[in-house]
Design a protein around this ligand. Sequence first.
Ligand SMILES: [Zn+2]
Ligand SMILES: [Zn+2]
Length: 379
Amino acid sequence: MNRKILSAFLTAVVLLGSFSSISLPASGAGNFIITNPYADVNWTTFRQYKAALHTHSTHSNESGMTAAVNGLDVMSERHYSLGFHVVAVTDHSRTTVSPDVVPANISADAIRTPLSTARMNAMAQGAGRGGAEGMIFIPNSNERSHTLPAITTDNHHVGAYFVDSTRSGSMSAFLSDFDTRNGYAVLNHPSRYVGAAWSDTTNKTTVRTIFNRESVWRPYADLYLNHSSLKGLEIVNEFDYDSQGTRILWDNILRQTAPAGKLVWGFANDDAHHVPTIGYTYNLLLMPSLSLDYVRTSMDSGAFLAFGRVDRSRDIYPVATMREQSNNRRDDSAIRRALDMPVPAITSISVGVDTVTVNARVSGANSTYPENASNMTIQ
Ligand SMILES: [Zn+2]
Ligand SMILES: [Zn+2]
C-alpha cells in the first residue's frame, strides 16, 4: 500500500467534513500489487484497541526518577485511566516479564515500583470501566539499548517483545537469536543516531538529505531483510519533535524490502518516561477482541494504525516547549490540551486492484482543528 497516497487522503478527508469516503487510484506506471494489511479486518465487528508499546519506569533507573512520577505502578494507572488496552513496558535493557515482577537485572539502587498482582489482574478484567474491556501487558518487553556494534551508530535502541531478550551481545547477534525464537523487534527513534533529529523548521532540508542518503538507509534495509524478527520502525516518537524525518527513512526502507516481500510496519510511541507524556502517541490495534494472541497477530500482519495527536505539532506548539515537557518532565497545559481535542477515526480501509479507499469520521470535531486531520499515519 502506498503510504504517501493515504497520507494525502487523510488530509482531504477531514477537510471534506465529518464523514467522507474517498477513493484514489494508485499512481505510477508499470505493474504493481497493492498489499492490504487490513484484508482480514472486519471493520464492523473489530474494535480499535489503544496500545502503548514503548514506555518506561523507575526500573530504567535514570536520574531524577521518583516513585510518584515515574513508578511503573503510576505509569500503568495513567495508561489505564486514559483508556489504553495494551501496554508494553520497555525499560532500558531490562526485560519486564510481567508488570508485577521487578526485572531480574535491575540496578541495585533503582527504585522498585512494580504493579501489584491484584491490580494487574483487576486491570485485565476492566475494573471500573463499566463493563468495557480491560488492559493487558505484553510479556517480556524491553528496550534493548545497545552499545556495540550497530548499523549506522554504536547505540541503537530496539523495542523487543513477547520473548525474553535479556542476553548480552551485539544487536545483530541478538536479532539472529531473536529470529530463531519468534521474537518481535522494532527499531526505535533512528533520527537520533544518524544526525537527523528534526528539531526545528530550519533543518528540514538537512534531515531530508540525510535520510535520502543510501549510506544511511541501506544498512537499515539490509537489517530488515536479514532478520525475520525485525518487523517494525518507530515512525513517531514522543511529541514528534525529532522523528518526522523517520518517515523519509521508512519510505526508503520499504522501496528495498517491499519488492522482496518484507513489509516493515510503522509504530507511533509516547516513549513516556514520566506520567505527563502519556497519551499523545500510540497505536490502534484492529482486533476482534482483547487477547495477547490477537495483539501478536495484529502486530505481525500490520493490522493496526499508528496514531499521533502531535504530528505536525511544530505548527501548533513551539518545539522548545515540547522538548521541555519531555526532558524536564513538566506538565505543560498548552500541550496537554491536545489530549482533549477531537480526533478523526478511520472507519474502514479497503483495497482494490488499483485503488485504496479510506473512510473516516470525526466525532464532535469542528474545522478549527484541521491539524488533527493529518495526525494519522496509515501503513
Ligand atoms: Zn530509546
Ligand atoms: Zn525509550
